[in-house]
Design a protein around this ligand. Structure first.
Ligand SMILES: [Zn+2]
Length: 75
């Protein structure tokens, strides 16, 4: 089972890769976002690309919702 992190605090999270012993912070890691496919993001080790964690999206955010610049122009 992979460790799970909150999106809001992930960047300051201490991370450790059990595969290559890499250590770093969340902002050093490689985050794979699957957009609408699944709700969560995968955290990959920047050194060996091992999947080392999961980022849980904050519940109160609506996925895919954008605030502005959605002007549909029929031409
Ligand atoms: Zn690694």
């Amino acid at each position: 089972m992979l460790p799970e992190y909150k999106e809001s605090t992930f960047e300051e999270q201490d991370l450790h890769c059990p595969n290559c012993q890499w250590k770093g912070k969340g902002y050093d890691a490689v985050v794979i976002d699957f957009f609408g496919v699944v709700g969560n993001k995968e955290v990959h080790c920047p050194n060996c690309d091992e999947t080392i964690g999961i980022i849980l999206k904050d519940e109160h955010e609506s996925p895919g919702e954008s605030t502005d610049d959605v002007n549909i122009q029929a031409d």
